[in-house]
Design a protein around this ligand. Structure first.
Ligand SMILES: [Zn+2]
Ligand SMILES: [Zn+2]
Length: 930
C-alpha cells in the first residue's frame, strides 16, 4: 500500500522547484572521486556571463542533461562541469553602455583599472542569470565544480599556456592586417566577421604612365578612396599587352607619388578584369601579401574609427587641397570626394554595378576594415596537424559523421590565429616592455599620433592610451619581470591587449579540472567523454580545444563530439527579435512545464542541420505529461490491496505482453541514446507510454482489478507497480521532474529516482509469441471499433459481435482472448464459423484473415453508413496515392531518413488493410439495402 496521492492536475510549478532543491541539497549531482564507477564526463559549453537562456541553450543543455542523467543511472561516475565564459567584447559592451547611461562616462574617463573593477562588480550583481535558468531547466551539473574563465585557477592556466606556446615558438607579435571593428575598436578573428551580400560599384580608374602621360593603365576597384594608399600596380608577367611595362612607373593620381609596375601572376588573373591591379598593402588582405612578395611599403590611410587620417594622407603625399578636404572624413564621404576629384580630371573610364560580400562585426554589425596593426598571433599549423590526425584516426569521433569533412577541410586550410584584442575585459597578455629600452617604441597619452620614422612602420593615428609599435622588445613571463636583462632597468609596462575570449575557452576541458596542477580531478576525469555543441562553434571552440588538449595534456579533450542542429521557427526561419518569431524557453517552461520543453527538444534533435520548432509541439508534449500523470493517478487509485509476484511465464496475457513491449522499449531507448539519437529515444518512449501502456494495457487490466482480493488483482497490482516504476526510470533523463514526483508516490526502494539504476533489458521478459497474439487481438478490436463507427453506434450499444479466423492458430488466439475481445470491443463476442452466424442483420468486416460480424439493430440508417464507408474509402485512396507517389519518387527515398521511409511504408500497409475492410463492408451494406 502506498497511501500517497497525486493532485488532480499536474502542476509543474509546484513540483519542479521543490525537487530541484532536494537534488542539490542531497548532493546527487556531485561526482565524488571515490566513486567506484567508470567516469563519464561532459564539460558544458560555457555560456556568456551576460547571457540569458535562449532556445539554443535549452536544446544544448537538455541533451547534455539527458546523457548525464542516463549515465549516472547506469552506474557511471557522471560529472557535468558547469561554468561561464567572461565573453570579452560582449561583457565590456554591456558595462560600457551602463556606465554611459548611469553616469555619462566613457571607459576612458575612469581608466582601465576602475573599469575592470566595474565589470567585476557587474558580474557579481547581474552576471550569471543564465546559471539560475539552467537550474530551472533541470541541469544536473556538479555545482561544486562551477568555474569561470576569469577565475584565479583558469587565469593561471591561461598564463601558463601562453608562456609555453611562446617558449615553443608558437606565439609571435607582428604587424599584420587584421579585421578591425571601428566601433568596438578591436581586432576580430576571421570567424568573428560575418559576410553579407551588398550592392556596390566597380570604378575603372586610369593611372597614367610616369614617362608617357598619354598612355595609361586601367585598374578596377570597389574602394577608390584607398587608391591614395597604393604602392604599386601589378600586371601579369605573361600578358603581351603589358609585360613590357614591368619595371616602369605610373603616376598615382591625386598624389605626388610615382609607384612601380610589378609582375605578379598570383594577384592578376589573365582571363579576368582589366589586366592591371592596384596594390594597397595597408587596406586589403591579398594586397598585403602581394606587398610582402614585392617588398612594398604600407601606407595606412584610416584611423581606428575608419576616418581618413591626416598623417596617413600626408605620408601618402596626397595633394594638399585634397588632404584638407579628406581629413577625418568617414569612408563613404571620402569615397565621394575621391571619385569627384578623379571625375574632374577625366580619370574614371567607367563605373558599373557590382555585388560583393561585405564583412561585418559579429557583435555590432559595423563594417569591418582590414587594419594594419601590431598584434599577437598563434602559429597554428604545428597545432593543427595532430588535431587533424586525432579525428582522422578516430580518437575523436564527430557525430553526425557528415561534419567530419567540414572539420578536416577547415583545419587543413587554417590560418594563424590573431589572439590579441584591444579591449580591457579579459586575460591581459603576460608580456612586458622595458620602458627604457623601448623609449622610441612606446607612446602613452590620451590622444596619440604614434608615428614611426620610415614609411613601412607608419601606423595610423592611435587614440588608445597606449601604443606600442611593432618594433618594441618584450619579455614573456608568468609573472611581471623585476629587472631588464638588457639595461638593468626596473620600469616595465605590461602589454595592454587582452586575449581573445576563445583562448581561455580552448583550455576549458583541462583548466576546469585544475590544470596546470596535476589534480586528482584531472587524473580521474580527463579526457572527458562527450562534447555536446552547436555547429556554429565547431571552429571557434571545438577545433581549438582539440589542438590545446593534445598539446598540453598529450591526449584528446573528449572522445565524442555530438553536434546538434540549430533551432529555427516553424517555417525554418532563423529566430530573431526583429522577426518576432522567438520561442522563449523561459516563457515555455512557465506555460507548459519544463518537462514538456525538454521532451520537445529531445524529440526534435534529429541529425539534420535545422530544427523547425512550432509551439504546438510543446503543447502536444504537455499533453503527454498529463497523460502520464493521469495514468499514475489511475494506478495509485488501484494499488490498495496486497500484491503478489509470480515468475514472468506464469503471468496473465496482458502483463506478459506489456513486459515484453517494455523490454523492447528499454532496448530501443538505450540503443538510441548510445547513438545520440535523442529523437528516436523520445519517439520510442512516447509510442510505448501513450499507445501501448495507457491506451491498451491499462484498458486491458481493468477487469482483473474488479475483485480486489482475487489472486488476479494481486498479480495485476504487482505488474502495475513493476512496469510503471520502470517506465518512470526510463523516462527520467528526459522528464526528470514529473518522473520523480510520480516515482515517489509508487512503492519503491531508495530516496530519489535520480540515483536509481537505469532500466536494462531482461531477456526473461521477452515473449514474442504473446506479441504475435496481441497483434491478432489488436486487429480484431480495431475492426470492431471501425464497424461501430461505420454504423454510428455509441459505446455499449452493440449487443453482439461475431468473430472467426481462417487460420487455425489465429482462431485459437481469439478463443484464448475472448474475454479481452469483449472487454476492449465493448460487446459480447461469440466465436463461430460464419455459417452459424445469423443470416440477417450482421455486418461482416473482413480484414487480414479475420472476419468480424456486428449485429445491425435498432434504427441504424444503412444509407448513411454506406456514405460513411464511401467517404472513408475516398480519403483512404487519396492518402494511399499520395504516399505511393512519395515512395515512387527516388529523390524522396534517397534523401529522407530511413525511418521516415519506413514509417511511410508502414502507413501504406495499414491503409491497404483498411481499404480491404472498407471494400468488404461496402459490398455487404449494399447487399443489406437490397
Ligand atoms: Zn563591433
Ligand atoms: Zn631595458
Amino acid at each position: 500500500m502506498s497511501g500517497k496521492q497525486l493532485e488532480k492536475i499536474y502542476d509543474p510549478k509546484q513540483v519542479e522547484d521543490r525537487w530541484y532543491r532536494v537534488w542539490v541539497e542531497k548532493g546527487y549531482f556531485h561526482a565524488p572521486l571515490a566513486h567506484p564507477g567508470e567516469s563519464y564526463t561532459i564539460v558544458i559549453p560555457p555560456p556568456n556571463v551576460t547571457g540569458s537562456l535562449h532556445i539554443g541553450h535549452a536544446l544544448n543543455n537538455t541533451l547534455q542533461d539527458i546523457l548525464i542523467r542516463w549515465r549516472r543511472m547506469q552506474g557511471r561516475n557522471a560529472l557535468w562541469v558547469p561554468g561561464m565564459d567572461h565573453a570579452g567584447i560582449a561583457t565590456q559592451n554591456v558595462v560600457e553602455r551602463k556606465l554611459k547611461e548611469d553616469e555619462g562616462l566613457s571607459r576612458e574617463d575612469i581608466g582601465r583599472e576602475k573599469f575592470v573593477q566595474r565589470v567585476w562588480a557587474w558580474k557579481t550583481q547581474s552576471g550569471g542569470t543564465i546559471i539560475q535558468q539552467l537550474k530551472r531547466l533541470g541541469a544536473s551539473c556538479d555545482w561544486n565544480r562551477e568555474r569561470f574563465t576569469m577565475d584565479e585557477g583558469l587565469s593561471k592556466a591561461v598564463r601558463e599556456v601562453f608562456v609555453r606556446l611562446y617558449e615553443d615558438g608558437l606565439i609571435y607579435r607582428g604587424e599584420r592586417l587584421i579585421n578591425w571593428c571601428p566601433r568596438c575598436l578591436t581586432a576580430l578573428s576571421d570567424i568573428e566577421v560575418e559576410h553579407e551580400d551588398t550592392k556596390g560599384k566597380m570604378y575603372h580608374i586610369r593611372y597614367p604612365l610616369a614617362d608617357d602621360p598619354n598612355t595609361s593603365l586601367t585598374v578596377a576597384t570597389t574602394r577608390p578612396e584607398t587608391m591614395l594608399g597604393d604602392t604599386a600596380v601589378a600586371v601579369h608577367p605573361e600578358d603581351p599587352r603589358y609585360r613590357h611595362l614591368i619595371g616602369k612607373k605610373v603616376r598615382l593620381p591625386l598624389t605626388s607619388r610615382e609607384i612601380p609596375i610589378v609582375g605578379d601572376s598570383i594577384l592578376v588573373d589573365l582571363e579576368f578584369g582589366t589586366g592591371a591591379v592596384k596594390i594597397t598593402p595597408a587596406h586589403d588582405f591579398n594586397d598585403f601579401e602581394a606587398g610582402e612578395r614585392h617588398m612594398l611599403p604600407r601606407l595606412p590611410l584610416l584611423d581606428q574609427e575608419a576616418k581618413m587620417d591626416p598623417w596617413g594622407l600626408r605620408d601618402a603625399k596626397v595633394e594638399d587641397d585634397l588632404q584638407q578636404d579628406l581629413t577625418m572624413k568617414p569612408v563613404q564621404k571620402a569615397r565621394t570626394i575621391v571619385v569627384n576629384a578623379l571625375t574632374g580630371r577625366n580619370l574614371i573610364e567607367k563605373t558599373e554595378d557590382h555585388k560583393m560580400a561585405l564583412g561585418k562585426c559579429y557583435r555590432c554589425k559595423t563594417v569591418v576594415e582590414p587594419y594594419l596593426s601590431p598584434q599577437w598571433f598563434v602559429k597554428i599549423k604545428p597545432l593543427a596537424e595532430p588535431a587533424i590526425k586525432a579525428v582522422e584516426d578516430g580518437r575523436i569521433r564527430i557525430v553526425p559523421e557528415s561534419w567530419t569533412n567540414n572539420y578536416l577541410g577547415w583545419m587543413r586550410d587554417i590560418k594563424d590565429w590573431c589572439i590579441s584584442r584591444q579591449i580591457w575585459w579579459g586575460h591581459q597578455i603576460p608580456a612586458w616592455y622595458c620602458k627604457h629600452c623601448n623609449k622610441d617604441a612606446i607612446f602613452e597619452g590620451q590622444v596619440l599620433s604614434a608615428k614611426g620614422s620610415s614609411a613601412s612602420t607608419v601606423t595610423a593615428t592611435e587614440k588608445r592610451t597606449l601604443f606600442i609599435s611593432k618594433n618594441a622588445n618584450f619579455i614573456v613571463a608568468r609573472q611581471a619581470p623585476t629587472h631588464c636583462k638588457n639595461c638593468g632597468g626596473h620600469n616595465f609596462i605590461q602589454e595592454s591587449d587582452v586575449l581573445d575570449t576563445w583562448f581561455s575557452s580552448a583550455l576549458w576541458p583541462f583548466s576546469t579540472l585544475g590544470w596546470p596542477e596535476q589534480t586528482p580531478d584531472l587524473k580521474k576525469f580527463y579526457p572527458t567523454s562527450t562534447l555536446v555543441t552547436g555547429l556554429d562553434i565547431l571552429f571557434f571552440w571545438v577545433a581549438r580545444m582539440i589542438m590545446m588538449g593534445l598539446k598540453f595534456m598529450g591526449d584528446v579533450p573528449f572522445r565524442d563530439v555530438y553536434i546538434h542542429a540549430l533551432v529555427r521557427d516553424a517555417e525554418g526561419q532563423k529566430m530573431s527579435k526583429s522577426k518576432g518569431n522567438i520561442v522563449d524557453p523561459l516563457h515555455v517552461m512557465e506555460q507548459y512545464g519544463t518537462d514538456a520543453l525538454r521532451f520537445t527538444l529531445a524529440s526534435m534533435a534529429s541529425p539534420g542541420r535545422d530544427i523547425k520548432l512550432a509551439e504546438e509541439r510543446i503543447e502536444g508534449y504537455r499533453n503527454f505529461a498529463n497523460k502520464i500523470w493521469n495514468a499514475a493517478r489511475f494506478i495509485l487509485m488501484n494499488l490498495d490491496g496486497p500484491r503478489e509476484t509470480v515468475p514472468p511465464k506464469d503471468r496473465p496475457f496482458a502483463d506478459r505482453w506489456i513486459l515484453s513491449r517494455l523490454n523492447k522499449t528499454i532496448r530501443d531507448v538505450n540503443a538510441a541514446l548510445d547513438q545520440y539519437r535523442f529523437d528516436q529515444a523520445s519517439s520510442h518512449l512516447y509510442q510505448f507510454i501513450w499507445h501501448e501502456y495507457c491506451d491498451w494495457y491499462l484498458e486491458m487490466i481493468k477487469p482483473s482489478l474488479q475483485n480486489k482480493d482475487s489472486a488476479e488483482a494481486k498479480r495485476t497490482r504487482q505488474a502495475l507497480v513493476e512496469t510503471f516504476e520502470t517506465v518512470q526510470r526510463l523516462l527520467h533523463p528526459f522528464m526528470p521532474f514529473i518522473s520523480e514526483e510520480i516515482w515517489q508516490t509508487l512503492p519503491h526502494h531508495g530516496e530519489s529516482i535520480v540515483t536509481q539504476p537505469y532500466p536494462a533489458a531482461s531477456p526473461e521478459w521477452d515473449a514474442k509469441d504473446i506479441e504475435n497474439e496481441f497483434a491478432i487481438l489488436e486487429q480484431f478490436v480495431t475492426t470492431t471499433r471501425t464497424g461501430r463507427s461505420l454504423l454510428n453506434y455509441q459505446p455499449g450499444k452493440i449487443t453482439a459481435t461475431y468473430g472467426t479466423a481462417t487460420d487455425h492458430a489465429a482462431l485459437n488466439t481469439l478463443q484464448k482472448l475472448t474475454a479481452h475481445l469483449s472487454h476492449l470491443g465493448k460487446a459480447t463476442v461469440q466465436l463461430l464459423p460464419v455459417s452459424q452466424w445469423p443470416a440477417q442483420n450482421v455486418l461482416r468486416l473482413i480484414v487480414g484473415g479475420l472476419t468480424v460480424g456486428i449485429t445491425v439493430e435498432g434504427d441504424v440508417d444503412l444509407r448513411k453508413a454506406l456514405e460513411r464507408v464511401k467517404k472513408q474509402r475516398d480519403e483512404n485512396a487519396k492518402e494511399s496515392s499520395r504516399i505511393e507517389g512519395k515512395l515512387g519518387n527516388t529523390e524522396f527515398t534517397a534523401k529522407a531518413p530511413l525511418e521516415v521511409v519506413a514509417e511511410h511504408k508502414q502507413r501504406l500497409q495499414a491503409l491497404r488493410q483498411e481499404q480491404e475492410l472498407l471494400a468488404s463492408s461496402e459490398r455487404q451494406l449494399q447487399e443489406m439495402m437490397k
